[in-house]
Design a protein around this ligand. Sequence first.
Ligand SMILES: NC(=O)c1ccc[n+]([C@@H]2O[C@H](COP(=O)([O-])OP(=O)(O)OC[C@H]3O[C@@H](n4cnc5c(N)ncnc54)[C@H](O)[C@@H]3O)[C@@H](O)[C@H]2O)c1
Length: 325
Amino acid sequence: MIRETKNILVTGGAGFIGSNLCHYLTKQNYNILCLDNFDDFYSEEIKLNNIKSLLNEKTFELIRGDIRDSKLLNKIFENNKIETVIHLAAKAGVRYSILNPTEYFDINVNGTLALLEVMKSNDVKNLVFASSSSVYGNKNGKLKETETCNKQISPYAVSKKTAELLNYSYHVNFKMNVINLRLFSVYGKNQRPDLVIHKFFNQISQNKPVEIYGNGKSQRDYTYIDDIVEAIYNSILYLEQNPNTYEIINIGNDKSISLLQLLTYIKEASQIERIESITMEAAKGDVEITHADIRKAKKLLNYNPSVSLKEGIKLFYDWFKTEKI
Ligand SMILES: NC(=O)c1ccc[n+]([C@@H]2O[C@H](COP(=O)([O-])OP(=O)(O)OC[C@H]3O[C@@H](n4cnc5c(N)ncnc54)[C@H](O)[C@@H]3O)[C@@H](O)[C@H]2O)c1
């Protein structure tokens, strides 16, 4: 059966996750509107490079603009019959939110609210939102979606939790069809330069010691970008088939690895015998451990992470070498 072509709005589509998603969706039967304001969190050049090969595609349109600009959003929704919104635009980065909480709230909370309002008035129902594992705060063991999470550590995490709650309120009051995906430490091609793995490879290639925050024992559930993209795609399909949904779903790799273990994988992939490191004071805002319980994602989204950390780091390094070395 040939599926009808549908219009998807991807906010933050030029960023790390957004660009990978846009590349994937152009190969499926979708028209993509990519809304991005090229926020100064990292360089515009990197983001333009992420999507440059899409700019000639007939099914891809880049709209430069801000999610807080309701006038622009209204125009986009009035001129295009949008089926689903993938809302990735945000000020990302846990640590920086400690330094600039106001901006994080303005973009992540007010921006989400502006988007919900325009969706409501244009009767667009389907929303996939990029939430974060950071909403769980400091907890041990595998994190389940039913866990109470009222003790976020960083303003970033609070902004994500608040946006989830706004989505819930619009689901209840206006029948918005929502999936909040709680993403766990995403890495891979086009990864943001501030994130570990990319940051480590940058430091190594510049012959600088890698910076280990704290004692190196903090753990993360690193998840490869292709698995994340597939989860987002399956969420789009889920919403298309299940009206009046509200779900929170973890998307992780189901393996939690310490920073020091991560370094051994990086050593292996890069075949560098000795990697110098320096210890930095543990960063404010970071949690100790994340580890996703992904049973709900398996059940609802048919999610099965297929890239191990070892393979993923190798894939990342192959990309990094062509881009940077
Ligand atoms: N990367 C991760 O490990 C991770 C983990 C959990 C959640 N998330 C969430 O996933 C989403 C994407 O993250 P990413 O790592 O790709 O980050 P990113 O910074 O690469 O992408 C975000 C994009 O949003 C754009 N943007 C920022 N403010 C905007 C605004 N006001 N209007 C329009 N566009 C704006 C930026 O220019 C950028 O291109 C974010 O919401 C982030 O919080 C990411």
